[in-house]
Design a binder for this molecule. Structure first.
Ligand code: OSB
Ligand code: MG
Length: 369
């Protein structure tokens, strides 16, 4: 198939509630969508970078720049048989995994639609439903956090992830664990600590957490290996894993026992597939992280998580937890047992709501042959 046109749009979408992590608060999302038009079918991708470079170094603006100056011009006119070819074609740009993934995932959607199969099927996914957990904002008031947890557990979600930061860590976890002795509970520090915090991090061993996510620096694997040796609780890496080589290094160094795969952070479906296959062969659990995505990004995460290696509940949950109105039909919903069914319609399997997309669009650019 041949890429004849690429249409990028920036949407502004307001989260129903502010989301606080150790690096800051997000409420207004600037979401870049790519519609990749081939001579056989059209696919959609969604940028997962944030508005500011506080989680990793990419942002909505850096993605626009890289897309406009380098990636879109290189891809328009490209012929491909297999969407695995896209990442090779974009290798000349160093880094910028999230910008690349926007195009790469759109190509996978288009390829699945051209073959008239679901994206899950094209990726080799076997699950008919994925296991869903939730990631909760830091709350100033722990009582409010407890109410939120009660609500999410009542809705059926299978795991609660607490965001932590210095001053909002051990005591909060202790309180939540005391209320819920048996739930699957995890914490995510988003790189807020250093090895000097070892005594504090060791206290978390008391709370039977499934894992501690990315406690140390965003670009550091070796120190996580030192930390993992000193802790009983499993570590899970998020920020510092960009490709299969990072995963191999992390596992061989003993830096973690669990991997969070984010489609954007690892540059798309091709690399995420390789990572899940490798982790499965090494007996390392993986799960799908989230980046506060709208429906297209969420749909890609669902297809990705239908692969066998995704054995832990992911952060992918219902649209209504984030948006008053999503950009796909039907919006993503979870079952009362905390699962999401994997769609069987072609491609990402959700209908694109073009009217809503148009309404939220603030900027656009088209490249064509
Ligand atoms: O580290 O997993 C993270 C949100 C924004 C940036 C980083 C992270 C997160 C989340 C929320 O934890 C996941 C979601 O609900 O989409
Ligand atoms: Mg994380």
């Amino acid at each position: 198939m041949k890429i004849v046109k690429i249409h990028a749009r920036e949407l502004h979408m307001k989260l129903i509630a502010p989301f606080e992590t150790s690096f800051g608060v997000t409420q207004l999302r600037r979401i870049l969508l790519v519609e990749l038009i081939t001579d056989r079918a059209t696919g959609w991708g969604e940028l997962t970078a944030a508005e500011a470079p506080y989680y990793n170094s990419e942002t909505t603006d850096t993605a626009w720049l890289v897309l406009r100056n380098y990636l879109a011009p290189a891809l328009v006119g490209m012929e491909f048989e297999d969407p695995d070819e896209l990442s090779e074609k974009m290798r000349f740009v160093r880094g910028h995994e999230m910008a690349k993934a926007t195009l790469e995932t759109a190509a996978w959607d288009a390829a699945a639609k051209a073959k008239n199969v679901s994206l899950s099927t094209l990726l080799g996914g076997q699950r008919r439903e994925i296991i869903s957990g939730v990631s909760l904002s830091i709350y100033a008031d722990t009582e409010k956090l407890l109410q939120k947890i009660a609500q999410e557990l009542a809705a059926g979600y299978q795991r609660i992830k607490l965001k932590i930061k210095p001053g909002k860590d051990v005591e909060v976890v202790k309180t939540v664990r005391a209320h819920y002795p048996d739930i699957h509970l995890t914490v995510d520090a988003n790189s807020a600590y250093t090895l000097a915090d070892l005594p504090l991090l060791k206290k978390l061993d008391e709370f039977n957490l499934d894992y501690i996510e990315q406690p140390l620096q965003w670009n550091e694997i070796y120190q996580h290996a030192q930390l993992q040796k000193a802790l009983e609780t499993d570590l899970c890496l998020d920020e510092c894993v960009h490709n299969l080589r990072d995963v191999e290094a992390a596992i061989h160094l003993g830096a973690c026992r669990v991997i969070n795969i984010k489609l954007g952070r690892v540059s798309g479906h091709s690399e995420s597939r390789r990572i899940q296959a490798y982790c499965q062969s090494e007996g390392i659990a993986v799960w799908s992280g989230g980046m506060l995505e709208a429906g297209i990004g969420r749909a890609h995460n669902i297809a990705m998580s239908s692969q066998a290696g995704f054995v832990y509940p992911g952060d992918v949950s219902a649209s209504a937890r984030y948006w008053t109105r999503d950009i796909v039909h039907p919006e993503i919903t979870a079952t009362a047992s905390g699962t999401i069914s994997v769609p069987t319609a072609p491609g990402i399997g959700y209908e694109i709501d073009r009217a809503t997309i148009d309404e939220f669009t603030v900027a656009e650019q088209v490249w064509e042959l």
